[in-house]
Write a protein that binds this ligand. Structure first.
Ligand SMILES: Nc1ncnc2c1ncn2[C@@H]1O[C@H](COP(=O)(O)OP(=O)(O)OP(=O)(O)O)[C@@H](O)[C@H]1O
Ligand SMILES: [Mg+2]
Length: 252
């Protein structure tokens, strides 16, 4: 059974025009799916639906076989233990007034996870290449790349089944981006991930499957390798031209 099944989803903000139309795709457990498309194509909106922050007007989304009930508080409380997100801007996503210890353990507290939260935070930081010595420090003491590592540690600390990342490396300079892509590559082996990017190079490095959105519709979907080898849609072909901007990450 697929971990995520999106079935004929349509969505509009308020009474506006449709932002997403007839979106259907499945994400097998353990897969890493890239969601690409140009600005305004609906990528972030689709992630918001997957997070349960918005509800589709048409179609439905199944998580592990059960329909996502965004308006059902009890369902959402359970769902939030299973799905976490990483966003683009590591400067605004970490509370500047809180120490790293408090930031990274926040999901454990709010989800009432049993066990030693300090140890779990240490393990999550270790997974992103940061030492326990940073737990007493504040976000302002870190670079953009380090902050994004901390945001990733917070996303994985409660061991979610699915991680949604929205342009999680776009704000980083090139060398930092390569390192954070590398980090995502190592953690993505152990979990299901949907990775939004307008950069096909990043998706090529990280994702075994991809979905291409154009103006709210899927224009291409399938195995990344097959799509990159033989893009069917003119839009995908034009996106492919952007690949040289992002070198495939090397070991650093
Ligand atoms: N809160 C909102 N209210 C109304 N319209 C919105 C809202 N958020 C996004 N939109 C519109 O929905 C469409 C899709 O936006 P979305 O943010 O999903 O695109 P995107 O693919 O993530 O773009 P980008 O690559 O720039 O992040 C755009 O036309 C946008 O203007
Ligand atoms: Mg977006």
């Amino acid at each position: 059974m697929s971990l995520i099944s999106v079935e004929n989803v349509g969505f509009a903000y308020g009474t506006g025009r449709a932002v997403l139309e007839d979106i259907s795709f499945q994400v097998p457990r353990g897969a890493n799916v890239g969601l690409v498309g140009e600005s305004g194509s609906g990528k972030s909106t689709l992630l918001r639906l997957l997070l349960g922050l918005e509800t589709p007007q048409k179609g439905r989304i199944l998580f592990d076989g059960a329909p996502l009930a965004a308006r059902d508080k009890r369902f959402m409380r359970g769902y939030r233990t299973r799905v976490q997100a990483v966003f683009q801007d590591p400067y605004s996503s970490l509370n500047p007034a809180h120490r790293i210890q408090r930031i990274v353990t926040e999901p454990l507290r709010s989800l009432k996870v049993a066990g030693d939260h300090h140890k779990m935070a240490q393990a999550a930081l270790e997974a992103v290449g940061l030492g326990p010595d940073i737990l007493q420090r504040y976000p302002r003491q870190f670079s953009g790349g380090q902050r994004q590592r901390i945001a990733i540690a917070r996303a994985i600390v409660a061991r979610p089944e699915l991680v949604l990342a929205d342009e999680a490396v776009s704000a980083l300079d090139l060398s930092t981006r390569v390192r954070v892509v590398d980090l995502f590559q190592s953690i993505s082996q152990q979990m299901t991930m949907i990775f939004v990017s307008h950069d096909m190079g990043v998706v090529a490095a990280l994702c075994d499957h991809m979905v291409v959105l154009d103006r709210g519709r899927i224009v291409e979907a399938g195995e990344t390798r097959a799509i990159l080898r033989n893009p069917q849609h003119a839009y995908t072909q034009s996106l492919l031209a952007s690949i040289p901007r992002m070198p495939v990450p090397a070991q650093i």
